[in-house]
Design a protein. Structure first.
Length: 74
């Protein structure tokens, strides 16, 4: 499998924007779960789990986009 030049660009884009998506997921989960009376430690734990999941998914999506766009973008 050949790695195309744009693949690295999409990896960097994913690494740049994934923390923003993770932060948004953390804040949304924290705010929504706070209405259900959970303890602060559980709110943080659930928020961090959502943040890491969202950031991971965004990085994978960026890599997949780089894989499919790479051959036709050059």
């Amino acid at each position: 499998m050949e790695v195309y030049p744009d693949f690295g660009l999409f990896l960097m884009i994913g690494l740049l924007f994934a923390p923003f998506g993770g932060l948004a997921a953390f804040l949304i989960i924290y705010e929504e779960y706070s209405h259900h009376g959970f303890s602060r430690s559980r709110l943080i734990r659930e928020g961090l789990a959502a943040a890491f999941t969202a950031a991971s998914v965004l990085i994978v999506v960026a890599l997949v986009a780089g894989f499919f766009i790479g051959p036709w973008g050059t």
